[in-house]
Ligand binder design. Sequence first.
Ligand code: RNT
Ligand code: ZN
Length: 424
Amino acid sequence: MSANEKRILNGFEYAKDVYAEKGVDVEKAMEAASKFAVSMHCWQGDDVIGLEADAGGTSGGIQTTGNYPGRARTGDELRQDFLKAISMIPGKKKLNLHASYAELHGKKIDRDQYTAEQFSDWMAFAKENKLALDFNPTYFGHPAVADGFSLASANEKNRRFWIEHGKRCREIGEAFGKMQGEPCVINFWMPDGYKDTPADTDSPRARLVAALDEIFEATKNISRQHVLDAVESKLFGIGVESYTVGSGELMLGYAISRGKLLTLDTGHFHPTEQVSDKLSAVLQFLPQVLLHISRPVRWDSDHVVIWDNETARIFNEIVANHYEGRVLCALDYFDASINRVAAWVMGVRNAQKMILSAYLAPNEKLRALEYAGDFTSRLAGQEEAKNMPFGPVWDMYCLKQNVPVGDAWLTEVKQYEKDVLSKR
Ligand code: RNT
Ligand code: ZN
């Protein structure tokens, strides 16, 4: 045992004692945290640009800012960076792809005709690295959405194109699901909306509902064993400030009435609204929801996920209410102003920290106090929980999972930047 390992073990033994005194079993908590899957978004690695020949990048109000050197420019570079990132992240991971990460290998083929063949390199990669895949149709960064509308477009030709794209994506998701023996979660987000106040708010929403219905109807033979569909609501985007077709109410209504998952992106609500408070509300009516954990700074800015109170509260809600399996967790942020691999590692490690911390919270005790009407002790207990020796448990968790402890990951990222990223 190295001196450093010995130090971690000492700290861990102390922490274990302190937690045990509060009725918390740290071994159990680590075990539970290791089973909690986090779906890692491929798009952090290349600023949401994608791999298509005429890669369109973002549009429709999403935007990556910064020009840090070393961006992945090919599928191989992106996979290399992703592998590097996950070697430094503990816990169970999935890989979340967007349709714009299709690899066409010189073929001229558009999004309404994609098949799993365009994702064969990703599938091989997933298999080799024992990662399950999730998927997203890409309704942005393409000439057919140049006017800001995709599935809700009044332009028949464009709308039909995007409906076909949705069908293809479900077929691709089915291929992923069959390969991996667990469902591929497909998230439908579309940027459709207006910068200024519309004269007709009804028709685009009716068109969106009909378009989604058509996609699901045409591909209804796809089993829920292979594909789980989710619809993502949004409040506004830059350039889409006044009206979003797929608003909170529309997507909630759609998910409930059609038996779909609702995607709650933490950047897609008014700033004082809290996704942590929405979970137990929507789960009274929905079997499952999908989270997009992000960090909005004044707007839906998609900053790197940090350990903040609201995000920690989201994970506490999942664990305290035993919502594992009902609340699926994906990350959705993109920062090009810092090393992109570091952005991945930090965001996901932070999510994993909050998950472990949620399992270390004295939830049962706090509930008992609440039912006994002792709100004084409930508040005191919540505050004291913040002061528990979490650090040594996290270090031990990382050690056990064979990933860097403390900030050792940063040294590795710096080396990788020197050896690989700076040469691009
Ligand atoms: C946009 C949505 C959406 C995208 C990704 C790339 O506001 O959050 O989920 O960020 O699909
Ligand atoms: Zn999102």
